[in-house]
Design a binder for this molecule. Structure first.
Ligand code: APR
Length: 230
């Protein structure tokens, strides 16, 4: 099959072999931290110290991580002029960029800070704290530029348009439990895309894909890219 337009959605599983934990696997972040306390606007309002501490630790881990063979294979695909490949990631690390890819960060980025008052964004310092001032408006309502539960993910109009015209949709290393990303496969399928899941094991929504490939991303993704572009 000839897939000119390719859309790849990645989740925490693609960065697992780079040493960054996933959320819902055994021992994952949500078994060690309360999602409500550290990943909701209400949690931040209740205890900003705790929330900043959580993201400061994750920012430190992410800063040390290196892209793995899966990130590199996707970058190779994105460079291939025979295809138009868009990467949408739910991940807040910068491992796609470190491998040379461009990616839409629908859940924001650990490396960026956001002012909740004026909307200004800037490179986050290694450690953020309550009381940090916004460099643009000087108020102290600064926060990590990550999308919390109950907030609207970024880039949705662009993603919707893309899913309506993609020939191939590939979800890599995501459990398919968080919307709207979990619904992208149905959107792409409805518009005629061939849909592939690449995951360590079949996700709970594996049945929504035409094809599933199971295995660690660092092995399965390079093999899949080789099959596609040689
Ligand atoms: N290779 C491929 N897949 C893997 C690997 C690996 N080495 N290791 C784990 N996986 C798979 C797991 O089987 C699981 O299906 O990656 C998936 C990770 O799922 P989650 O932990 O739920 O992560 P994700 O789908 O990215 O979460 C979505 O939830 O908490 C929010 O905002 C957060 O962006 C995140 C969103």
């Amino acid at each position: 099959m000839n897939f000119r337009t390719i859309t790849i959605l990645t989740g925490a599983g693609i960065s697992a072999e780079s040493g960054l934990g996933t959320f819902r696997d055994e021992g994952g972040l949500w078994s060690r931290y309360s999602l409500k306390e550290v990943a909701t606007p209400e949690g931040f309002a209740a205890d900003p110290h705790k929330v900043h501490g959580f993201y400061n630790a994750r920012r430190a881990n992410a800063a040390e991580a290196l892209p793995n063979a899966a990130h590199h294979a996707i970058a190779r695909l994105q460079e291939d002029p025979r295809h138009d490949t868009m990467v949408i990631t739910q991940n807040v690390d910068r491992l796609h960029e470190a491998a040379g890819s461009r990616a839409l960060h629908m859940h924001g980025e650990l490396a960026r800070a956001l002012c909740a008052v004026c909307g200004h964004r800037w490179d986050a310092p290694a450690e953020m704290a309550p009381g940090d001032a916004c460099p643009a408006c000087a108020t102290t309502a600064t926060r990590p530029d990550v999308v919390w539960f109950g907030e609207m993910p970024y880039h949705l109009p662009e993603i919707d348009q893309r899913l309506a015209r993609t020939d191939l949709f590939v979800a890599i290393g995501t459990s398919g439990q968080v919307h709207p990303a979990a619904g992208f496969v149905e959107e792409a399928w409805m518009h005629g895309a061939h849909c592939v899941e690449i995951n360590l094991e079949p996700s709970e929504i594996a049945g929504l894909f035409h094809e599933t490939v199971n295995g660690p991303a660092s092995e399965a993704v390079p093999l899949w890219v080789d099959r596609l572009i040689g």
